[in-house]
Design a protein around this ligand. Structure first.
Ligand SMILES: Nc1nc2c(c(=O)[nH]1)N[C@H]1C(S)=C(S)[C@@H](COP(=O)(O)O)O[C@H]1N2
Ligand SMILES: [Mo]
Length: 229
């Protein structure tokens, strides 16, 4: 074997080893407990529901504005406030204690990928009903742990039984997918599917612009239409 070939072979072996190390998680960023990452939960997830093929929880492209967030569940509270008669501050278990629902819904990202997932969670309208809306309420603004926010019309949330999900494909939402809660904004572009939700503000401002809306994306965000405002 000549030098060139031997050199090439060494390079190929090195690249292969680095690749194997990478997919085995050797270079994985520290911080997320292994049992709560998509990779660890993927083995337990279901990929078929009532004859329908589902995407995997690992099929998402993680490109959140500040990367995956770690929410400490022991001091986590979901706030519900704004145009309501009784502002609420609920623990994770209190939210999960509301009636549960399951539905297969597709997330479409503006970047051109999508994911069919069996979502499990509660109805946002059940939360809002608990707090009681004031007469001029027409918009719901959602805030997240990473500073992200977005908004949706109140009647869209009520009429479509929009869910706040704590589970996907029969596993608990992984941290990189928005643990403890992700909004399942059916028929809206992915940027409306806010993850790591910390606060729900009932509002009378239908023109509120969240993180991507301030950067030119449509406030309506309907998947059938262009996402540019
Ligand atoms: N808090 C928060 N939620 C977020 C985002 C974000 O950056 N921060 N990104 C949104 C976008 S653009 C998409 S497409 C969906 C799914 O993104 P993922 O694949 O990173 O989970 O999450 C949405 N929710
Ligand atoms: Mo997105």
């Amino acid at each position: 074997m000549d030098y060139k070939r031997a050199f090439l072979l060494v390079i190929i072996i090195a690249v292969t080893l680095v690749y194997i190390a990478d997919i085995s998680g050797v270079f994985a960023k520290p911080g997320l407990p292994e049992e709560n990452t998509s990779r660890a939960l993927a083995a337990a997830e279901i990929r078929n529901y009532q004859g329908e093929k589902l995407s995997s929880i690992t099929d998402f492209r993680e490109n959140s504005i500040k990367g995956p967030q770690h929410v400490n569940i022991s001091n986590y509270r979901l706030g519900i406030g704004g145009q309501v008669s009784t502002p609420l501050n609920l623990t994770y278990d209190e939210v999960k204690g509301l009636p549960g629902y399951q539905k297969v819904v597709t997330l479409h990202c503006v970047e051109g990928w999508d994911a069919d997932i069996l979502w499990e969670g509660i109805k946002v309208s059940d939360l809002i009903k608990k707090a009681g809306t004031l007469p001029d309420a027409n918009t719901v603004i959602f805030y997240a742990y990473d500073g992200y926010s977005t908004s949706l019309p109140l009647d869209y949330i009520e009429k479509n039984d929009i869910m706040l999900a704590y589970g996907m494909n029969n596993v608990t939402l992984p941290e990189d997918r928005g643990y403890p809660f992700q909004l399942v904004a059916e028929d809206k572009w992915g940027y409306k599917w806010i993850k790591w939700v910390t606060k729900i503000e009932v509002s009378n401002d239908p023109l509120y612009r969240g993180y991507w809306e301030q950067r030119g994306y449509s406030v309506r965000g309907d998947t059938g239409t262009s996402f540019f405002a």
